[in-house]
Design a protein around this ligand. Structure first.
Ligand SMILES: Cc1cc2nc3c(=O)[nH]c(=O)nc-3n(C[C@H](O)[C@H](O)[C@H](O)COP(=O)(O)OP(=O)(O)OC[C@H]3O[C@@H](n4cnc5c(N)ncnc54)[C@H](O)[C@@H]3O)c2cc1C
Length: 305
């Protein structure tokens, strides 16, 4: 038996929807739970103006769902710790979770989520926040009656384009491929907007501007030709990169960097679980994060009984 004195029974790293739900579930099962949050409480959905799909189906703001979930976590007596986790160290049959505070636990749930990918083209980094944005809800108002480009063909790109269409003069969605991956409900809504157009087989090669965005240099794959398009803003939504740097390097990952887990959400490291956008094969929606949270809580409950 370990001689280590555990500070908590579970540490959950990341207070997005997956981490908030998992911490609440395990705490409700009677396990002393620490939840670490690096200041971006709620994670990706915090900036979503109108949530699509479950749990509420009524288009509530992401921030409202996060507030309700934090309330539930605190009510379940989750020990909520502000501050980023800088290091996660495996030490035999326990884990040391180090940030501003340190906790020692037999089990860690990694819920550090994902970051929006960048286009990685010239001009993007320099103009981030000055014409390049990844939040239509936060920044859309700055582009009232202006022309913007959204890059990407998934749900997030289409959802954000719909939000921009309410304020901008023109929204052009640029796709590298032939067809969008977004759900038909989003595609249908976009098609119904007369100020949104879809342009396929097009790559962004450069974002041009000094103090703000003036134009994008595009490559039209069909014509095998470049062109410059004048715009006022650009919103890249080209996928998510799982944040897994805290997991030991040897932890198995998929080709996209997501942590590979079993049916109980455990990685190949004993006592290290991964849920939500940080894991391989994540479903992509809030409802999937909630299911992951339930699954990991039930698995841990059975393991400790
Ligand atoms: C633009 C956009 C729109 C979307 N719209 C919808 C929608 O309408 N409906 C829907 O169901 N889904 C939507 N989604 C998907 C949904 O946002 C995600 O599936 C979900 O938020 C993933 O939650 P998560 O908790 O796994 O990860 P995240 O939301 O990424 O949360 C991870 C959390 O961990 C924190 N963290 C990271 N590293 C550390 C560390 N070292 N220490 C402490 N904390 C750390 C992060 O700051 C963050 O708070 C949308 C996604 C995007 C990008």
């Amino acid at each position: 038996m370990s001689k280590i004195e555990f500070t908590h029974q579970i540490a959950v790293i990341g207070a997005g929807v997956a981490g908030l739900a998992a911490a609440t579930e395990v705490a409700r099962l009677g396990l002393k739970t620490a939840l670490f949050d690096d200041g971006m409480l709620g994670g990706l959905i915090t900036n979503v103006g109108t949530l699509d799909g479950p749990p509420n189906h009524n288009g509530e703001a992401g921030a409202d769902l996060v507030t309700a979930m934090l309330g539930a976590a605190l009510e379940a007596a989750v020990d909520y710790q502000m501050g980023s986790v800088a290091k996660l160290t495996a030490a035999g049959d326990y884990w040391r979770v180090s940030g501003d505070e340190e906790v020692i636990v037999p089990r860690v749930i990694l819920a550090t989520g994902a970051q929006l990918r960048h286009l990685d083209v010239a001009g993007e980094a320099a103009l981030m926040g000055r014409g390049v944005s990844q939040c239509a809800f936060c920044d859309g108002g700055l582009y009232r009656d202006k022309d913007v480009v959204v890059v990407g063909g998934g749900d997030a790109a289409f959802q954000e384009a719909l939000h921009l269409a309410e304020v901008c003069a023109n929204v052009t969605i640029l796709l590298r491929g032939q067809a969008p991956r977004a759900r038909q409900s989003f595609v249908g809504k976009v098609t119904g907007q007369n100020n949104v157009r879809l342009r396929v087989h097009t790559d962004v090669r450069e974002i041009i501007g000094d103090d703000g965005v003036d134009a994008v240099r595009l490559y039209d794959q069909s014509l095998d030709a470049e062109e410059t398009m004048a715009i006022d803003g650009i919103f890249p939504f080209v996928g998510l990169a799982p944040q897994t740097t805290l997991a030991p390097e040897t932890t198995k990952r998929d080709d996209y960097g997501g942590l590979i887990v079993g049916a109980d959400m455990q990685t190949d490291q004993n006592g290290l679980y991964a849920i939500g956008a940080t894991r391989s094969q994540y479903g992509g929606q809030v409802v999937h994060a909630l299911v992951d949270a339930q699954t990991v809580a039930q698995g841990i409950h059975q393991a400790v009984r």
